[in-house]
Design a protein around this ligand. Sequence first.
Ligand code: NAD
Length: 487
Amino acid sequence: MNSNAVSLVAAVPKGLLIGGEWSAAANGAEFPVENPANSEVVAMVADAGREEALAALEAASYAQASWTKTSPRSRGEILRAAFEEIMRRQEELSLLMTLEMGKPLAESRGEVAYAAEFLRWFSEEAVRISGDFYTSPDGTTRILTSRVPVGPSYLITPWNFPLAMGARKMGPALAAGCTVILKPAEQTPLCSLALADILVGAGVPAGVVNVITTSNPVAVTDALVGDPRLRKLSFTGSTEVGRELMAKSSRHLLRLSMELGGNAPLIVFEDADLDKAVSGAMLAKMRNMGEACTAANRIMAHRSIAGEFSRRLGERMAALRLGDGTDPAVDVGPLIDQAAVSKVTELMADALGHGAEVVVGGSRVGDSGYFFAPTVIKGVPRHSRMFSEEIFGPIAPVYEFDSDDEAYEMANSTSYGLVAYIFTESFSRAHRSIEALDTGMVGVNQGFVSNAAAPFGGVKHSGFGREGGFEGIHEYLTVKYAALNLG
Ligand code: NAD
């Protein structure tokens, strides 16, 4: 690391944030954070266990009552101040993100701005939490409803968006009046630690934001979900782990938000503007090196334009520069670890074994770091594994279809339902597609749907709950109703 990176990393707290204090883990336990571009250890961070998790819950439970009573305006102003500070430090946070996760600097900058936007949006929503007042149908009772915070919330985030996933949960939780315990992924804890430090600097009272870093997420999570003081779990990660956490959460009937995996179809109809479609597919596929729940996993092109579309997509993919994301000339960084490289290599071999044909790319690049070439393949049969599994890497498989109904049937034949993308110049076809596709979100003529002002979330095995938009804050609020007899 150069001296700039060293001093930047040195300034980030590496301990556990519990009750407003940064502390080491018991016995000084730590675990390493590695740079996936070169396997260098970027930092050592505290490795929490059961005891520290329960201490964080104790702090969050204690702080809950006073945080509930803090005025909505004060909560909003803290979030607003944190938004300003994140944007002031956009460059350093971007470098920190690239060092621990690998995405190119330009993408890290985009994620920092996206993350900050959740704090700004929910700073504005904090003062608009409403209730209702009406008369019962028989006229005897007045019905008064209000919305109150759910209570101490446990937030688990994945490694692929190290800052945004935490901000997308903390923004609405804090705005609603919930105290939180954030547990970032073990691969990428530094951005969460930096975010917590910024929130403390912005005036979050002791115990309202707690952060637990750990290499043992099961022990920490079991301790927290097994304790009745916890009231809510918001999880972003794989469907498999989400399912396990739902089962464990049944013991104390936790409120749940589940942002899980995806298998996004991207449909290019025969009337699409091919320039738009190719650019949209590049964005939907290659953002985050393909390591996104929203990544276009199955690109479907109408048979009449599939050849031309694949050729142009191949040209764009071949022009991408692969390398260490801290180099400003780089477009595509490394995958997160060896397991990710092995998974995409296996999926690739399976598709080729079933008769698929490589247009461009197709294999690992170099011996150090976890680089995989931007890849386009065509002639992929539906029974190959990558049709039904999340690729989570830079492989764009192109499938062909003959009719709209066939495209919808292919798109919906997955257990996932997060997002779909469609490209068409026909207004009515766009509307028919929105209605036909079984997903929580649809991108129309754009390969990007994320927006702090919009409700992000899925259906089926992609989970439930919404993050962002007017809906996001309701994940952390519960309705209280009073029956008033005025007689
Ligand atoms: P993952 O499920 O392995 O891990 C996610 C988080 O859960 C991490 O913090 C990890 O430490 C923790 N965890 C893992 N196993 C656990 C267990 N048994 N008990 C408790 N906690 C546990 O997922 P990942 O590989 O980090 O992330 C990739 C997945 O996340 C993909 O499936 C992707 O689609 C999904 N994702 C979804 C969204 C969304 O909004 N829908 C956004 C980003 C990523």
